[in-house]
Design a binder for this molecule. Sequence first.
Ligand SMILES: [Zn+2]
Length: 235
Amino acid sequence: MKGDKFLKLLQIQNLELEITRVNNSIKKLQGQAEDLIARIEKLKEERERLIKRIEELKREIEKHKVAIEECKKRLRRAEETLKLVKKAEEYKALLREKARNEDCIIKLINNLRALEEEIRALEEKREDKRRIKQIEELTEELSDVRYSQSRLQDKLEGLKSNLEKIKEETEREIWLEYENLKRKYGLPIILPVDSMGSCAHCGTKLPSALYSRVIQGEVVVCPSCGRFVYYEREA
Ligand SMILES: [Zn+2]
């Protein structure tokens, strides 16, 4: 193969391989970003549940306070009326009413204390502080991932436009040959021989006559896998 053509094919191939690599990296970062978003959402939901529960408790506490006031009012009314009644039956009924409201007040106050205790525990929970910190950290991580993604995206655009330019500059014949080889073998179609004189793709050791031609700078076809092999001089 002529040197110019070989260099052209190698250039096209390396660009395409690089585009594939960058594309894969972008996909991997996208996966990471999605994972981070899911984790952040989950933490936010947990926080929302906690906040909702605290709101519920606050409403419950208000209800209890109103109910306690009601019982107190009824208790006072019963006490006031007790002073006025003469009939024993009425008196007994009022005593019962008084006792009922006293019980009610005690019970409600106990409930109220328990609710206040629960709300205090929830508000002081270290777990929530840990969550807030985690959300911050994950959000920062996400923005790093997004940044890397956009950098790679720019790189990808650059590579693609390079490839387009090379395609325009390349003789149609060479381009078609490249496409044919790619269809036939899959990338890579051109590879260096390794230090042992073997094809870097299939590992077959080149016959010594072939190898010496490669060393002299010729591009040859691997007898085993059909790909082009060349000798890569150390820079
Ligand atoms: Zn081979």
